[in-house]
Design a protein around this ligand. Structure first.
Ligand code: DX5
Ligand code: ZN
Length: 227
């Protein structure tokens, strides 16, 4: 089964609660929250105070994607705000095991993310400790970018690494996900699809979520651009 995590980066921030309720009612599984610091990525978004208020508006699992330097400084605040799953970038964590342990010891789920050009070996030694691995399929920082196809073999390699470790970790993809690219990622072993613009720009949000959920059950769809 594929889980769908709408990214609120593409929501209307002036009507955030309304947009969140829309995707929740439409069958979203998780809510993906993109935190950017203007340093690790060239954009600024939201902080723990917004997460705290989102928590009051939804029962969805809050999947907090930290695209920030020194994430260990802010992890306690995101935990206090009600984040259920916190994903850090391996590129920002010289003491990755320690950072993930901070999250786990607080009783929350911990994820680790890799940029498109970061090798899978970066997560090999923590694969047994994490609840989720995130393979970025765009360079993080903005919604609405184009899916990077060269990440596909990495998704397969991460799926194999998770299987070898015997862990039940999720394999999430994020960036440029639509029905075609989502299908390619799921075929390589992804089981959580983050989608921002595909969902929030759709005329029918519910249909967009159902289309993504149906990917796994749709063997007739030809891999886009790979025939
Ligand atoms: C990119 C973010 C993504 C982004 C995805 O840095 O991590 O979560 O919102 O947006 P789309 O689906 O539009 O590529
Ligand atoms: Zn994200």
């Amino acid at each position: 089964m594929v889980l769908i995590a709408p990214s609120i980066l593409s929501a209307n921030f002036a009507r955030l609660a309304e947009d969140i309720q829309r995707v929740e009612q439409a069958g979203a599984d998780w809510l993906h929250i993109d935190v950017m610091d203007g340093h690790f990525v060239p954009n600024l978004t939201i902080g723990p105070l917004v997460v705290r208020d989102i928590k009051k508006e939804t029962g969805l699992l809050l999947d907090v994607h930290l695209m920030i330097e020194k994430p260990e400084n802010l992890i306690p605040a995101f935990i206090a705000a009600g984040a259920d799953l916190i994903t850090v970038h391996a590129e920002t964590c010289p003491h990755l095991h320690r950072t993930l342990t901070m999250v786990k010891e607080a009783g929350r789920q911990a994820g680790v993310s890799l940029n498109p050009s970061t090798p899978v070996a970066m997560v090999e030694n923590v694969i047994g400790e994490v609840d989720l691995v995130l393979a970025m399929t765009v360079n993080p920082g903005f919604g609405g970018q184009k899916f990077i196809h060269s990440v596909l073999p990495k998704i397969s390699a991460l799926r194999a690494m998770i299987a070898r470790s015997g862990s039940g970790a999720h394999l999430q993809v994020d960036g440029g996900i639509n029905v075609e690219t989502g299908k390619l990622a799921v075929d390589c072993g992804a089981d959580v699809l983050v989608a921002g613009s595909f969902i929030f720009a759709a005329a029918d949000v519910g249909q967009a979520i159902r289309d993504l959920k149906n990917i796994a059950a749709c063997p007739l769809l030809q891999p886009f651009g790979l025939q």
